[in-house]
Design a protein. Structure first.
Length: 345
């Protein structure tokens, strides 16, 4: 291959990343300026410039500054990191399970988080930190139980999926029981709205906590992305190449669960992102995880930020984000499934 052809090939491979990064930049500006309180691009530039230089913004920028730094910016950052976490988690679970329809929720992450949030709302506290901690703990617990049960079978992957269904069903029933005994005027609405997801109550402290967990998890997954390629070939092929399949599977499940649990506990249950974006990213850049992991993270960040911006700007008031992601996800997944053989080849 000549130098010119090699350069064109590299440019072609980089093009999807460049497009997504440019779209993210445009989405961030749109998200920061639009809403019930409009901030003009000129005001946005002045506020950011004043913050960087350490100068106090003018009195005419007092309200836009509060809206930007206290409400919109933490929400935008949370949408970016949560979208990246859900997308990367979906890629990892689909790869290690070798099943295009598997998502982290199959092992009980979502139902465990709902159960944990319900426990906090009814018996502990409605404070955000209590709900977040309880949802995170029970999400991790659910996946741990699924792995312990599923790892005892002969066919680990098959039994692991079945174990996930068992654990998910148990926690779904437990959460339903809690909803039944919850106060219908106070506790039940809180549980229902939490399960439909939303970023309207995100604060900087939530962003910091989620960023630490999600950043660590994605960094580990990216560092071992090459071994994830080998595991996607199958256990026998990976073992023949000297890969400790069982040990790596535990690590990938652990870190993928951590990042998805962190996203769910901070934002509630946001459906479809993990499943859809994983398919979409694989269809665009292929199955090589060296490119798939970072591209899925970027695409997931873009998808959730755009969705949240749409939710915020709907006339008549904000609606739960999972409603929009479900409406977008179902037809998109139907289309992507028609292309799944090409994507997984």
């Amino acid at each position: 291959m000549s130098f010119l052809n090699l350069k064109r090939f590299r440019n072609k491979k980089s093009l999807p990343f460049i497009i997504v990064i440019l779209l993210i930049a445009a989405a961030i500006i749109t998200a920061l300026t639009t809403g019930h309180y409009y901030i003009s691009p000129d005001q946005l530039f002045k506020i950011i410039t004043a913050k960087i230089s350490g100068k106090a913004p003018g009195s005419d920028l007092a309200t836009p500054t509060i809206v930007l730094w206290s409400i919109r910016l933490p929400r935008v950052i949370m949408a970016l990191i949560a979208g990246a976490a859900l997308a990367v988690g979906g890629v990892v679970f689909q790869s290690i399970m070798k099943n295009p329809l598997v998502s982290p929720s199959f092992l009980g992450v979502s139902h465990g988080a709902v159960f944990g949030a319900s426990i906090s709302i009814i018996f502990l506290s409605k404070a955000a930190i209590s709900i977040e901690a309880s949802a995170f703990f029970w999400a991790i617990t659910a996946v741990t139980l699924a792995y312990v049960i599923g790892n005892r079978g002969i066919n680990t992957l098959t039994t692991l999926v079945i174990a996930g269904v068992i654990v998910s069903t148990f926690f779904m029933a437990s959460a339903s029981l809690l909803k039944y005994i919850a106060d219908p005027y106070d506790e039940l609405p809180a549980i229902v709205f939490w399960t439909m997801g939303g970023l309207n109550n995100v604060l900087w402290i939530h962003v910091i906590r989620a960023s630490i967990i999600i950043g660590t998890g994605i960094a580990f997954i990216y560092a071992f992305r090459g071994k994830l390629n080998l595991m996607a070939l199958g256990d026998e092929e990976a073992l023949s190449m000297g890969i400790s399949v069982k040990s790596l599977r535990i690590r990938f499940i652990l870190f993928a669960t951590l990042i998805v649990a962190a996203a769910n506990s901070s934002c509630g249950i946001i459906m479809w992102v993990d499943l859809i974006v994983a398919h979409l990213a694989r269809g665009i850049v292929g199955a090589d995880h060296k490119r798939l992991i970072p591209f899925a993270a970027l695409t997931g960040a873009l998808f959730l930020l755009v969705t949240d911006t749409v939710v915020r700007n709907i006339p008549g008031g904000e609606i739960p984000i999972s409603i929009i992601t479900s409406f977008m996800g179902a037809p998109l997944l139907a289309y992507l499934l028609t292309k799944q053989n090409k994507q997984w080849r």
